[in-house]
Design a protein around this ligand. Structure first.
Ligand code: ATP
Length: 235
């Protein structure tokens, strides 16, 4: 395995009941990189992430995180290896306040704590006593990002963070992603919005029908927009 790899998934297969959804997906993410995982609706982006995070009921293949084998770990075990996960649809606790949502056990020291999160997202500070369920979509995304950040992850896995958000908030989240990798962390970004994700990524994978159909430099795809449209259904 590459010394610098924070994440290496090899030959992942995931099944939902009798349906074989992922057919041998391999990908890796190194320190200091933003890597995007693109693909049309239903291509298998979320399933890949669930396979990595220990959230798929039946998965085969290997997952190595910071040099440690992780394919048999439950999600909290994967998180303990230094992975922050922002799920599709945010999945915050709607009945807990913003501050309670952010009260996650943290055993990794680093830049991010409650004060830093509030400094980066002042809106969360303003809304800190409101239940998560009362927040707007953008505020909920900030909360989901803050909840992952506060654990000071080395690797950040984000599943469609731009979904349903106003462009200004997407810009804020994307700016944060760029800042994190400057700090030496790494980001795996699943996005349907291919062109936007490619702009901030160094490398890209495209998945279709549960298989990787492109693995290369983001720049290569940015220079061939028709190919992106054909592979990832981007508009
Ligand atoms: P989207 O952007 O729509 O989330 P995606 O690329 O993340 O797309 P997945 O959610 O990984 O796609 O879905 C991949 C395939 O697995 C789809 O055909 C989907 O219908 C199927 N699938 C997803 N979840 C389940 C489930 N719980 N049970 C059965 N099939 C599922």
């Amino acid at each position: 395995m590459n010394e610098q790899s924070l994440l290496q998934a090899e030959n992942l297969h995931v099944y939902y009941g009798k349906s074989h959804i992922l057919h041998g997906v391999s990908l890796n993410v190194r320190r200091g990189e933003v890597v995007c995982l693109l693909g049309r609706n239903g291509a298998g982006k979320t399933t890949t992430i669930k396979g990595i995070m220990g959230l798929a009921a039946r998965a085969e293949g290997t997952v190595t995180i910071a040099g440690k084998r992780a394919e048999r770990l439950p999600p909290h075990g994967v998180a303990r290896l230094g992975v922050g996960y922002v799920p599709e649809g945010r999945k915050i606790f709607p009945h807990l306040t913003v501050e309670e949502n952010l009260a996650v056990p943290v055993n990794r020291p680093g830049r991010w704590n409650l004060a830093e999160i509030y400094k980066f997202f002042p809106r969360l500070h303003e809304r800190r006593r409101h239940p998560g369920g009362m927040l707007s979509g953008g505020e909920q995304e900030m909360l989901a990002v803050g909840r992952a950040l506060i654990t000071n992850p080395d690797l950040f896995i984000m599943d469609e963070p731009s979904q349903g958000l106003a462009p200004k908030i997407v810009q804020e989240i994307y700016a944060l992603i760029q800042e994190m990798v400057k700090d030496g962390q790494a980001v795996l970004l699943a996005e349907q919005n291919a062109f936007m994700a490619l702009e901030i990524s160094s490398r890209a994978y495209v998945i279709d029908n549960g298989q990787i159909v492109f693995d290369g430099m983001a720049q290569e795809l940015l220079e061939d927009k028709d190919r992106v449209r054909a592979l990832a259904g981007a508009s």
